[in-house]
Every structure is written in structure tokens, then in C-alpha cells.
Design a protein around this ligand. Sequence first.
Ligand SMILES: C[S@@+](CC[C@H](N)C(=O)[O-])C[C@H]1O[C@@H](n2cnc3c(N)ncnc32)[C@H](O)[C@@H]1O
Length: 224
Amino acid sequence: MKELVASDVEAYAEAHSMPESDARRRLREETYRSVELPQMVVGPLEGAFLKMMAMLVEAKHVLEIGTFTGYSALCFAEALPEGGTVITCDIDAETTELAKRYWAQSPVGGKIESRLGPALETMHTLEGGFDLIFIDADKMNYLNYYQRGLELLSPKGVMLIDNVLWSGEVLKHPAQDGVTAVLQDLNRVVIADPRVAAVLVTIRDGVFVVRFRNEGMQEAAMDE
Ligand SMILES: C[S@@+](CC[C@H](N)C(=O)[O-])C[C@H]1O[C@@H](n2cnc3c(N)ncnc32)[C@H](O)[C@@H]1O
């Protein structure tokens, strides 16, 4: 992933944001020591942003698409009140096992529930009412995750979609590869969708922040 924000700016922002918990720091270090593509972890600055989003919407129930080694799930769990839950989906049993080991060492890890299997299938087994949905898995399914996500999102909830700048590749026309083309499509669909208000935030690799324009729009999402 290409750095879109200068590293000294990123470091300054990180130093002036909520600190990373010990549990998350240990998990991130272990991921960088022992797992391929460790840069998939959102890291401390985006992690603080995710946690802040959960705090702002006073989230009780979070759905995450893309667990990896469990770092972002921990960010959400740290923001939830007693009784809050994070359901997190992944297809990789090995990285999910590592995630579970670290969740077990965290005081908030008990709030996290893992669902192993293709995320879209899992999403179809779930009922709505999620206050926050974070999409961070296989990009080819992003449009499907977005559409199903809107059906599962609570009226005042927020959906966060990661990597929508794709190292800046989305600026190139025509798209140089299939994933970029899907992300360009998604970005067009989201911003033209009359049901939602959205802002594409240039944090790390780009995060779309999406919510319903008004509460009636959630029913419109169910009718589609
Ligand atoms: C970018 S990583 C998630 C990083 C994680 N959110 C974090 O910050 O620690 C993407 C994950 O999506 C998972 N994934 C890929 N295809 C999937 C699918 N069809 N269903 C569920 N998970 C999938 C991968 O196994 C990988 O662990």
C-alpha cells in the first residue's frame, strides 16, 4: 500500500490521537512478526478513528467484515459499553485463531464474536440493527457488502468502508486492474445514492463514512 499521507504528518496525528492500548500494540507487533501482509492491520491512527466513530454513534452492536488478526475488532470493543458486541467475519481460520488468542488477553475481548466463512453469506444470516458496520475485506465484493450493509445498518448507524482510495489508483482512468474498477464503481454508487450522506476521508488509504440521510431511508434500503 502506497503512503498517501506523509509519514511525519501521520506520526504527528498519531501522537495527538487516543493512544493504542497495550493489547492492540502487542497484537500489532505479533502480526508484523509472524503473519504475511501485516500492513493489512489498520494501525494506531485509523484504529483511533474507528474507535472514535463507535464512541460518536454510541455504538452497542458492531459488524465487521474482515477480521484478519483482530486489531480493528479490538478498537471497536474498547469503545463499547457493557453488553456491547462486535461480530466480525473472515474466511481465514489461521489468522482468526491468532486474533482469538489476543482477544482472550484483553479485558474487552469477551465482546467479540468471530464468524468464519464468506462474509456475504454470513451477512445474509444476520438481522439488522448494527450501529456501526466496518467493511475491510475482499474488494471485489465491496458493492455487495455495501448494499447488504445498508439493510443491516440501524437508522442512525454509520458504515465505514476502508481502502476506497486504493493507494491513489482510483484516480487513474481507465482503471488499471479489476479491483480498482470495482472501487471506482463503489465510490460513484455511494456518492450518487440518494439514501445516504457520505464523506470520503483521506485517512491512511481512504475511508468512506456513510449514514442514512434520514431515518425513513432505511426502509428504502430494505425495499431494494
Ligand atoms: C484487510 S484485512 C482486514 C484487516 C482488519 N480489519 C484489521 O485492521 O486488523 C482483510 C481480511 O478479509 C478477509 N477476507 C477475504 N475475503 C473474504 C471473504 N469473502 N469473506 C470474509 N473475509 C474475507 C481476509 O482473510 C483478510 O483477513
